[in-house]
Design a protein around this ligand. Structure first.
Ligand code: PEP
Ligand code: MN
Length: 332
C-alpha cells in the first residue's frame, strides 16, 4: 500500500507511523509518502487524521505501477528530458568499453557531430571470463569526465559491483546497473539515495515482475528517476546472443510508469541485426535506445562482434529519425 500523509505531518509522526507499519518513508514537498508491503489492503482508522490518500496493489509493483501514477515518469538529463509529455527517443551510443583517450574522443566527436547528447562506455566490465579485458576502472571514468566537459555530453557508465558504486555515482550523469548486477542490493540501495537517473538493465534470466521489483528498491528509497532497459533474455535460441523481449516491453509500457530504453546491441550480439532491430524498437515508441558504436569495431576489447562503426551508425541514425517522426517522436 502507498499512503500519502498530510503535509502537516512532521518527520517524527511520519517515522513513528512508518515504524508501526514496517513501511518505507519518503519525504516529498507535498508531504511524506509511506510504502508498505502490497499484502496490506486496509489501513487502521486510527491513522485517518494523518492520511490524505491510499493506493492498494495486487503485487509489490507499486511506485512503478500505472495504478499509482499513470503518466510515464519524466527524467531530466541536463537540458533534455525523456518521459512525461515529451515524445523524445533518447539515443545513447558509444563503445562497449572505454579503451583509450583516442578511442573515446573519436566516439565523443562523432556523437557531437550528429547532435547526439549521451555517450555510453563501460569502465568496470562484468566479463564472463577473468582473462579478458576488465575495463580501465577509475582511469576510464576520468576520461569520460573529460569528454563530458570538452564536448558537453551526458555520460552513462555501468556499475559492476558495490565496491565502486560511489565512484560511478560521482562521475556519471546516468548510472547504469548492468544485467549481471541488477540484483546487487548494495548497488540498488546506494542508487536509491541519490537523485541522478538510474538505468536498470534486465537480467537475462529475470522475470518482468522481478525486474520491476528491483526498480522498486530504488524508488522506495526516494530516487524517482529510474529507467528500465530491456537488453534480451536467454531462451532456447542460440543463433543470436539473446532474445529481445518486445512482448515484455509492451507489458512494461502498459503496466508501469517507468521510461524504457531498448538495447538491440546486447540482445543481437551481432552487428548485422542491430540496424533493423533499432528501427523496430524505435517504432514501438519507447523513451530510448542504447546502441554500441566503436571507431574501429574489429579491434574492440569487448563486444567486438556487435558494435557498429561510425559510418554504419550515422546511416542508421538518419533512418531512426524518419521512423521516430512517423510516430510523432523525435530522436534526441
Ligand atoms: C554493456 O552495456 O556493455 C553491458 C555489459 O550490458 P549488459 O549488462 O546488458 O550485459
Ligand atoms: Mn557491451
Amino acid at each position: 500500500m502507498i499512503i500519502h500523509l498530510n503535509k502537516s505531518v512532521d518527520n517524527n509522526q511520519a517515522s513513528v507511523m512508518a515504524e508501526e507499519l514496517k513501511a518505507f518513508c519518503i519525504k516529498k514537498d507535498s508531504g511524506h509518502v509511506l510504502i508498505t508491503s502490497s499484502e496490506m489492503k486496509e489501513l487502521d482508522s486510527k491513522y485517518d487524521s494523518l492520511v490524505v490518500d491510499t493506493f492498494v496493489f495486487d503485487t509489490d509493483i507499486q511506485l512503478a505501477s500505472q495504478n499509482y501514477k499513470s503518466e510515464t515518469r519524466e527524467i531530466n538529463l541536463g537540458e533534455i528530458k525523456i518521459g512525461g509529455s515529451h515524445n523524445n527517443t533518447l539515443v545513447i551510443a558509444g563503445p562497449c568499453s572505454v579503451e583509450s583517450e583516442e578511442q573515446i574522443r573519436a566516439s565523443a566527436e562523432m556523437l557531437k557531430s550528429l547532435n547526439i547528447s549521451t555517450l555510453r562506455a563501460g569502465c568496470y566490465k562484468p566479463r564472463t571470463s577473468p582473462y579478458s579485458f576488465q575495463g580501465l576502472g577509475l582511469e576510464g571514468l576520468k576520461l569520460l569526465d573529460k569528454m563530458r566537459s570538452e564536448y558537453g555530453l551526458n555520460i552513462i557508465t555501468e556499475v559492476r559491483d558495490s565496491t565502486h558504486v560511489d565512484e560511478i555515482i560521482e562521475y556519471a550523469d546516468i548510472i547504469q546497473v548492468g544485467a549481471k548486477s541488477m540484483y546487487d542490493h548494495g548497488i540498488l540501495k546506494k542508487c536509491s539515495k541519490i537523485n541522478k537517473p538510474v538505468l536498470i538493465k534486465r537480467g537475462f534470466g529475470t522475470t518482468l515482475q522481478e525486474f520491476v521489483q528491483m526498480a522498486e528498491f530504488v524508488l522506495s528509497g526516494g530516487n524517482e528517476n529510474v529507467i528500465l532497459c530491456e537488453r534480451g533474455i536467454r531462451t532456447f535460441e542460440t543463433k543470436t546472443r539473446f532474445t529481445l523481449d518486445l512482448c515484455g516491453v509492451a507489458y512494461l509500457k502498459e503496466y508501469t510508469n517507468l521510461p524504457i530504453i531498448l538495447d538491440p546491441s546486447h540482445a543481437m550480439g551481432y552487428r548485422y541485426g542491430v540496424a533493423d532491430i533499432s528501427r523496430a524498437c524505435t517504432a514501438m515508441g519507447v523513451e530510448g535506445l542504447l546502441i554500441e558504436v566503436h571507431p574501429n569495431p574489429s579491434v574492440a576489447k569487448s563486444d567486438a562482434a556487435q558494435q557498429l562503426d561510425h559510418d554504419q551508425f550515422t546511416g542508421l541514425l538518419g533512418t531512426l529519425r524518419g521512423v521516430a517522426k512517423s510516430i510523432g517522436r523525435e530522436i534526441i
